[in-house]
Design a protein around this ligand. Sequence first.
Ligand code: ZN
Length: 438
Amino acid sequence: MKPERPPGAPRNVHFLRAARAAASPSYPPAGEVPAMNERNLAFLYSPEAEALSYPPDCPFKTQRAGCTRLRLKSLGLLGDEKHFESAPRRATVAELKQFHTPHYLEEIQRAAEGDLTVEGLRMGFGEPDTPVFRNMFECGAWACGAGLTAADLLLQGRADIAFNLLGGFHHAFPDRAAGFCYLNDVALACMKLAAAGKRVLYLDVDAHHGDGVQAAFYGRKDVMTISLHESGKTLFPWGGFEDELGEGAGLGYNVNVPLPAETYDEAFLEAFDAVAVPLAENFKPDALVLELGMDILAGDPLTHLRMTNNVVVEIVERVMKLKCPILVAGGGGYHVENTVRGWALAWRTFCGENDDCDFALGMGGVMLASTEWAGGLRDRVLPVSAAQRASVEPELRKTIKTVINNAFRLHGLGAPSFERATEPSGFAEPAIKQQQRK
Ligand SMILES: [Zn+2]
């Protein structure tokens, strides 16, 4: 049986948004979301890059970008004047040297040719998550080229939103590979945008902490980094805690929100709204680089969060309100079908599209307590158990309070957000639960 919509909820609005509108009078109603129909969206894609796959037994699948492209084409959301494909170029070694050391670039090319040296081992090559394989340099060089091409499209005004799902390698350091990442496309894209005089916000909602990007801009205030991720207590790269705030001129411009295992949609959004939204609005970026890893979704084989892709819609709607050009980088996502649907849903939301079909499916799934796909792009809403709520809420609430205490004062941000984030009433209960009790 399909529950009724809450009174006053528009037909094309998901229950989650309706629930939050009811819970918080300040939450903008759907009508205030800027119309995106006039925006130009670019999808970076190259069959040559897609063919450069990781070893078959590696969970990282480069084919995700191509699968998303096909999904968007089948939905009629890609392939017209305003929603177009753009072919990336391969980054040159000179461009890669903007972030990586010359010695590292020599060693990775040597390893790709089968010559793994002791230096290469020290640089992280040959670990389970950083295998040595023929395409290890080429794959990263194309991802970085796609990121730089995407940045160019934004800087030239040819696109308002540019998707680089070949990239998102946020764990790569100047001289070290880690976590499937060899060459850091997102750091290079941020650097390019900053070099053009833009105030850049790097917002990372991948399940893993964006440690390589954090390190790149730790002492800078022209590139602000905000990362919400599963806590380093339970997940690689075992860092990204609340007290990592930047240094020198960059103090306060690096913000981490570690999330407890089992974090669910409403809890994530509470943290996002309490921390990321006010900081982003205060920073007033000229450009946003959004790492949109889909390993946050329930069912991902490598992580322990319990979000659904409904949260992706909420994230996209919030970042659109920043009214600046956006580069979307792929990042993680090890359940391929869920990842493809999540990214396709993000693209569709940036297009300003929504539909009632998915809305109905989301509601039906509550009864089945499963995110198993049954059509459409949206996940079914997952119920939250009392035990899950009890294990997530106190820890996350403490984290939010700490982050606000640490970071907000450095930006002259004060009481309203703090009070909202620490009021003792608990997270907003989803409307669907209220419906079930009626
Ligand atoms: Zn990840």
